[in-house]
Design a protein around this ligand. Structure first.
Ligand SMILES: [Zn+2]
Length: 297
C-alpha cells in the first residue's frame, strides 16, 4: 500500500440539479487518478462542537436542520439538503484529520476542503464551514501550533477566512487572488496580493518569490494550511488567470519545497477548480498533489 494517506469525502455525494455549475465529479475523479500513489481514507466528520467555536452556534443549528432562507441558499450556491450539510461536515473534517499527518510526515492531505468563503454566520460561494479557520483554531487551542499561516492560492480571495481570523494574531492569512474577480467586496487579510487578469506561469511564480516568501520568512509559521485551488488555470469558468498545468505543478512544488526545507508541517486542501474541460480540472488537482509526493518522498 502507498505510504502516504489522503482523506476524501468523495463517498458523500449530495443532490444537484442537472447541469449545475458545482463540479462534484472532481472529488471522485481525483481519488481515482491518485489511487495508486496514495492510500485514500474516508474522511471523518467534523465535531459540531469544534464548528461552534468558529461559526455562530444558532446559525449552524439552522443549517443543520434546514431552517434557512431562500437568500441564504442562493448565497451558498448549492441547494440545501441533509446530504450537502453532511458532505460539508466531512470535507471540513478531512482538514482537521490531516493535521496529524502533517506533524507525523510533514504533510497532511485533504482531497477536498478549502471552503474559504464561509463566514461566522454566512455561507457563500459553495462554502458552509471554513475548514482552514477551523484547522487554525483547533491547532492553536490544542497547543499543537503557535503560529499558523493560511496560504490561500485559490484564484478567489479568502474573504471568509480573513474575516474569521482577523482578531487572531497567531494566525496569518495570506491570499493571492484575482483583484477583479469574486468576491467583489474583499475582506482584509494579513497579506492580500491582488493580481490582474491573465497572469501567466512566470508572473505567478515571481509573486511567490517576491511576495509570499518574505511573508513566510517573517511570520515563521509552525503550521501552514495550503489552499491549492486550481481555478488559476487558463480556461477556468470562474478564474481569469492563464496558468498552465505546468505552472500549477510548479506552484505546488514551490509551496511544498518551502515547507519541507523550512521544516514546517503543511496541510493541503483542494479548494476551487472549475475548468471548462472537466478532465483538466481533475488533472490539475491531481498533479498539484503528485508534486508534493515527489517533494515528501
Ligand atoms: Zn476559487
Amino acid at each position: 500500500m502507498p505510504p502516504l494517506r489522503a482523506f476524501s469525502p468523495a463517498a458523500y455525494v449530495f443532490p444537484l440539479p442537472e447541469g449545475h455549475r458545482f463540479p462534484q465529479y472532481k472529488y471522485a475523479g481525483v481519488v481515482e487518478r491518485l489511487r495508486d500513489r496514495l492510500t485514500v481514507v474516508d474522511t471523518p466528520g467534523l465535531d459540531w462542537a469544534l464548528a461552534e467555536e468558529v461559526h455562530d452556534p444558532a446559525w449552524l443549528r439552522r443549517w443543520r436542520f434546514g431552517d434557512v432562507t431562500r437568500e441564504e441558499v442562493r448565497n451558498f450556491g448549492l441547494p440545501w439538503s441533509p446530504e450537502v450539510v453532511e458532505r460539508s461536515r466531512r470535507a471540513a473534517g478531512g482538514t482537521i484529520a490531516a493535521l496529524d499527518d502533517a506533524w507525523t510526515h510533514g504533510w497532511g492531505i485533504n482531497l477536498a476542503g478549502g471552503t474559504h468563503h464561509a463566514f461566522r454566520d454566512r455561507a457563500e460561494g459553495f462554502s458552509l464551514l471554513n475548514d482552514a479557520a477551523l484547522a487554525a483554531r483547533y491547532a492553536l487551542h490544542e497547543g499543537l501550533a503557535r503560529r499558523v499561516l493560511i496560504l490561500d492560492l485559490d484564484v478567489h480571495q479568502g474573504n471568509g477566512t480573513a474575516s474569521l481570523l482577523r482578531a487572531e494574531s497567531r494566525a496569518f492569512t495570506l491570499s493571492v487572488h484575482g483583484e477583479r474577480n469574486y468576491p467583489f467586496r474583499k475582506e482584509v487579510s494579513d497579506l492580500d496580493v491582488g493580481l490582474p487578469d491573465g497572469v501567466t506561469d512566470d508572473e505567478y511564480l515571481e509573486v511567490l518569490d517576491r511576495r509570499v516568501r518574505p511573508a513566510l520568512e517573517t511570520f515563521r509559521p509552525d503550521l501552514v494550511v495550503y489552499l491549492a485551488g486550481v481555478d488559476v488555470l487558463a480556461g477556468d469558468r470562474f478564474g481569469r488567470f492563464a496558468l498552465t498545468l505546468d505552472g500549477v505543478e510548479r506552484r505546488s512544488a514551490w509551496v511544498y519545497g518551502w515547507c519541507r526545507a523550512a521544516g514546517v508541517p503543511v496541510v493541503s486542501t483542494m479548494a476551487g477548480g472549475y475548468n471548462r474541460d472537466p478532465a483538466l480540472t481533475v488533472e490539475a488537482h491531481a498533479r498539484s498533489v503528485e508534486v508534493g509526493l515527489d517533494v515528501f518522498a
